[in-house]
Design a protein around this ligand. Structure first.
Ligand SMILES: *Cc1c(COP(=O)(O)O)cnc(C)c1O
Length: 361
């Protein structure tokens, strides 16, 4: 495959030189004290960067983010539960699918494309006996960033467990797990962590760990109790993606050193730079509440979004994120996570200017 591409995708994303160098190194044996201490440090740093108590636990799964979404739900909930699922696009839909597969009672708050979840809408579901809430922090398929603090207050009033897939938002937007009353957070390596795909993490507060221990799960590989038990000594039940966990350690230490706020601010500046530069082109940004991670673009002139994605890929080696399903022709997304800076934005803007000159957009 050609290697001189530029990624504005939302995972995998551009990785920096140090991370790529580590990726080229030999893989050590992992049932060692040295690897255990690296893993314990990974856990400590992830919890710190999520703003959760050190008493919370992290499980590291060798799986993409969807594996962690499935593991979280099947370990926490059973047929006695009744969940509320926010579906604003294909990632919310994924939570719904998991509930269907495991026969877990659930109701859906269905949102239109680009629509945010308002307090009025949410509070229609008060006092109905829900035991848990499933939401994506950022519905990556449409570029809507939900008000997690508002949802957390609702869950706390309703005594519901609050489960957040923060996969495309972690390190791109602020995230206060404890303050926002989030019980379980899911993240994955290939988004703003800017690592190769292959590792996901589930972070659970104390009451969630208790709930998981009291629930029986029929699964060998994704039994979170085993991950929590092994995690106490910095290990995983099975062979993990050792190389990515070493890269993760490097990355987390880097973020901690630079400062979480600075990392988020850099993404915000990059997103705002792009949004100001794209304003003169024939697109709208159809999202009521944007994450720093992504800008969704809808062509104004009826041109196919998928065609624009293909044209940029074929002619400039630039990869945006195309949409699937019903949004294929109406929405293309530009990512601001990974090793990108404002001059990369200029490369994309120059390509769009060139397309404009040629009469393509
Ligand atoms: C990327 C992403 C996922 C996980 O997708 P995988 O392909 O399984 O890694 C889940 N939720 C959201 C919101 C995402 O952006």
């Amino acid at each position: 495959m050609e290697n001189n591409f530029k990624l504005f995708s939302v995972g995998p994303v551009e990785m920096n030189d140090e991370i790529r160098e580590i990726g080229g190194e030999r893989i050590p044996y992992f049932r060692t004290d040295e690897f255990s201490s690296l893993m314990l440090e990974n856990e400590k740093l992830i919890k710190k960067l999520m703003n959760t108590s050190d008493k919370s636990k992290a499980a590291f799964l060798t799986a993409s983010g969807t594996g962690a979404m499935e593991a979280a739900i099947m370990n926490m909930f059973n047929q006695q539960d009744k969940l509320l699922v926010v579906v604003g696009g294909s990632f919310g839909e994924r939570f719904k699918q998991i509930c269907e597969i495991y026969n877990i009672n659930h109701d859906v708050i269905q949102l239109n494309q680009g629509e945010q979840l308002t307090k009025d809408r949410l509070y229609e579901y008060s006092n109905k006996g829900y035991t848990g809430m499933l939401i994506n922090a950022h519905e990556t398929s449409t570029g809507v960033y939900y008000d997690l603090q508002m949802v957390g207050e609702f869950c706390s009033k309703e005594n519901m467990f609050f489960i957040v897939d923060s996969i495309s938002s972690f390190l791109a937007d602020p995230y206060y797990m404890d303050e926002w009353k989030i019980d379980l957070t899911i993240i994955s390596s290939q988004k703003a962590l800017a690592l190769p795909p292959g590792i996901s993490a589930i972070v659970m507060n104390e009451r969630t760990v208790e709930k998981i221990y009291s629930n029986e799960v029929k699964c060998l590989y994704f039994n979170l109790k085993d991950y929590i038990e092994n995690g106490k000594r910095g290990q995983t039940p099975f062979t993990p993606a050792v190389g990515i966990l070493i890269q993760l350690n490097y990355r987390l230490k880097y973020v901690d050193e630079i400062g979480l706020d600075n990392i988020i601010e850099k993404t915000k500046v990059l997103a705002e730079d792009f949004r100001s530069k794209i304003a003169k082109f024939p697109f709208t940004i159809p999202s009521e509440r944007l994450s720093n991670a992504v800008t969704p673009l809808k062509p104004k002139n009826g041109l196919s979004a998928y065609y624009i994605y293909t044209y940029l890929k074929e002619n400039y080696n630039i990869y945006l994120c195309p949409s699937g399903g019903s949004l294929k022709d109406s929405l293309v997304r530009v990512g601001h996570i990974g090793e990108l800076n404002t001059s990369d934005n200029d490369v994309l803007i120059d390509a769009l200017s060139d397309m404009e000159r040629k009469g393509i957009i």
